[in-house]
Ligand binder design. Structure first.
Ligand code: B12
Length: 214
């Protein structure tokens, strides 16, 4: 059994107390926070998706598991942020899950990674309307938006949102990075956005954009 199995299982079981304890133990043993996330916690959520499809787990159980994961993420978050004190970029990235979609975990992680790269993040939460994206982009003079969709049904909402943003004149070019379970590079291309597969990719892409003159 590898060291990530215990936290993987504890998230599947929705045991919040044990998940937090295991996370603390692993960190105390010198385990890298990003490894705990990528090798233990995220695979657990993926596994829950499979169990949901097989009807071996149901939405209320998944909610409890999501809560356990979020409590452990809260412990890891400051460790990821500390590393970034000297980050060069200081612009604000707008982060949100599109209208009609209430999934937050992946989007939250994307926000944390962006903060770890020294960005300010305006997290609009989930179920965000195109109008709210526009309002917040203007309020922050933001050049970068990271948009999440986890449902095939909310892909349409993402497409509409990106189209709405493209019709606005912000006075500078806007970069939209899209991601989430059902989003593919070809879909991103089709709607005129950048694709990122992971939170690490998003961070790299945002740094690339912010260091490119416009
Ligand atoms: C947890 C969960 C929930 C929780 C969400 C809690 C929360 N606060 O987020 C709850 C229980 C509320 C929920 C509800 C529903 N869910 Co749900 N859920 C999941 C589950 C099990 C895990 C998602 C997750 O958090 N993964 C962990 C994170 C870390 O991964 P992630 O989100 O994929 O994010 C990573 C990448 O995608 C990427 N990423 C994510 N966002 C972004 C954004 C950008 C910009 C970038 C670059 C990258 C990026 O980076 C992240 C880190 O690497 C998935 C199964 C799965 N395999 O995804 C189903 C899943 C997404 N849900 C599903 C469904 C159907 C629903 C419901 C409609 C169920 C229902 N009948 O009510 C509702 C949705 C209601 C709504 N209107 O939104 C389906 C979607 C099927 C589809 N293709 O449309 C899935 C796939 C489950 C399944 N059946 O297989 N769900």
């Amino acid at each position: 059994m590898n060291q990530f199995n215990a936290i993987f299982q504890s998230i599947i079981d929705g045991d919040e107390e044990q998940t937090v304890q295991l996370c603390q133990d692993m960190l105390a043993k010198g385990c890298r926070p990003i490894d705990i996330l990528e090798k233990g916690m995220i695979p657990a959520m993926d596994r829950l998706g499979v169990l949901l499809n097989r009807e071996e787990r149901f939405i209320p159980q998944v909610l409890i598991s999501a809560r356990a994961m979020q409590s452990a993420v809260a412990i890891i978050r400051p460790l990821l942020l500390n590393k970034a004190e000297s980050g060069t970029a200081r612009e604000t990235v707008i982060v949100g899950t599109v209208q009609g979609d209430i999934h937050t975990i992946g989007k939250n992680l994307v926000g944390i990674m962006l903060q770890s790269a020294g960005f300010d993040v305006a997290d609009l939460g989930s179920n965000v309307s195109p109008e709210e994206f526009i309002r917040q982009i203007r309020a922050h003079n933001a050049r970068i938006v990271a948009m999440s969709a986890m449902l095939t049904t909310s892909m349409n909402s993402m497409k509409n949102t990106v189209q709405r943003l493209k019709r606005e004149d912000f006075g500078y070019p806007l970069h939209v990075i899209v991601g989430g379970g059902p989003i593919s590079p070809s879909f991103a291309r089709e709607i005129g956005a950048d694709f990122s597969a992971t939170m690490m990719d998003t961070m790299r892409r945002a740094v690339e954009i912010s260091t490119t003159k416009h």
